[in-house]
Ligand binder design. Sequence first.
Ligand code: GLA
Length: 553
Amino acid sequence: MKHATKRRTALGSALLGLLTVVGSVVVPATPAAALENGLAQTPAMGFNNWNSTHCRAEFNDQMVRGIADLFVSKGLKDAGYDYVNIDDCWAESSRDGSGNLVPNRTRFPNGIKAVADYVHGKGLKFGLYTSAGTKTCDSQGFPGGIGHERQDAALFASWGVDYLKYDNCGDHLGQSAQQRYTAMRDALRDTGRPILFSICEWGSNSPWDWAQGVGNSWRTTGDIEDNYGSMLNIFKSNVQRSTDSQRGAWNDPDMLEVGNGGMTDTEYRSHFTLWSMMNAPLLIGSDLRTASAATYAILTNRDVIALDQDSLGVQATELSSTNGLHVLTKPLDNGDVAVALFNETGSTATIGTTAAAASLGNATSYRLTDLWSKAVTTTSGAISASVPAHGTVVYRVARAGTFTAPPSGTTQVSALTASLAASAWGPVETDRSNGERSSGDGRALTIGGTTYPRGIGVHARSEVRYYLGGRCTTFQATVGLDDEVGDNGSVTMEVWAPGRQLATSGVVRGTDTAKRVTADVTGQQYVHLAVLPTIDGARYDHADWADATITCS
Ligand code: GLA
């Protein structure tokens, strides 16, 4: 990492010594989407046939219609599942004389559009599959999309396709993954139909480094199998990618195996909980026409689904994983934090952490809701459970008791105890920049050559919240990327109150000088400071809220 002094922009030099005032702007509560198709602002939810049928004959028109029926009759649609997607083997082995893909005549005698129409008739959406190469991935190798992107995208749009899974098989004709996936992104965009774009190149080309502006999700690993070892390995890989996902652009650890018979219900509950904590697309992979009541109960646990679908859109990070005992935390939009305790091992174990370690503070007690048993308990800070082998206990943790409001007058926020203090790398630092690891490892807060004695230093994605108790009027800060990252990095720094953005820095780059952010917080219960990565991901995003003050009566 470079520590060079920040280069000033031409405008910055002209205005040397002046700060750009960007505060007090009320804008609608729409966060900047990664891929600009506006889709998947929360991870996709739905069904895909592959894990239950692969290429077998039972994958056909009747199955897809049956799944759509069950989405409605069994309450899955009400629980948020809306995409009914079909995978490989839907096409004939050759294109027609005009070069168009042809639906398999045995499986889909009425064509694909008829099935899509049926699914739409239920108020659901329809998804399709093809591959970013000359062939699809099944051993029969159906025609892939490379070189036919515009023609295929137009055909899919004419059929009413709402979601495209784009696989990685066949000859790539010398093109990079970025070229191949970008070509289909552009072709989908140019149809004018909103089509969610699901990249499936198995993490082979580090998609987390480039795919935020290309797809709505990208697979991070090879294919899941219906056994505990496979699920565990994928979890361990995908959980490391937490800083790379953002609204509209999600890590995809592959589709669900819940209900396919190769794991116990305890293991399936872990699978479903971990995928939800990691903001995975939740694509049901079992044949719902024969699924058990236990399978439906797992798939429709709305409290767990709510973690996946939480509008803050922060993927869980792993606090610890000693000896196979995993603690994951995930900040939530209402200021609660989800804490998952996953026991990878073969025997029952106690797993624990604390509210402070889980980013919570400024409360005299905490309410823990166990999202599987629904039991509610209260703690002064300890969060722990006896967790069975391969099991997961997941709590929604809420602040309770009494909270301390800032004193009257103007106070540095670095002197307050945050009620939520989440930062992707290292803790939220007080009066220091972010050093990425342990508390106090940063430097003096410095933006554009100016050093600030007070403030907080964070790493995107960061969410920090202070309780105000309705007694405060103004939040102000000088914001920017710390000089310790040189010219690197780009973020937006946003000030929020409940459900409403109060001010934003706009995009702040490593080359920019400091900006001043001011927000009217009159009457608000809290102020929430968010630092979001831009399309280039979260690398180097050391952001400073320098000289950050709150004025209260
Ligand atoms: C690849 C994908 C799977 C599935 C199959 C279909 O293996 O990763 O998810 O789509 O192809 O052939």
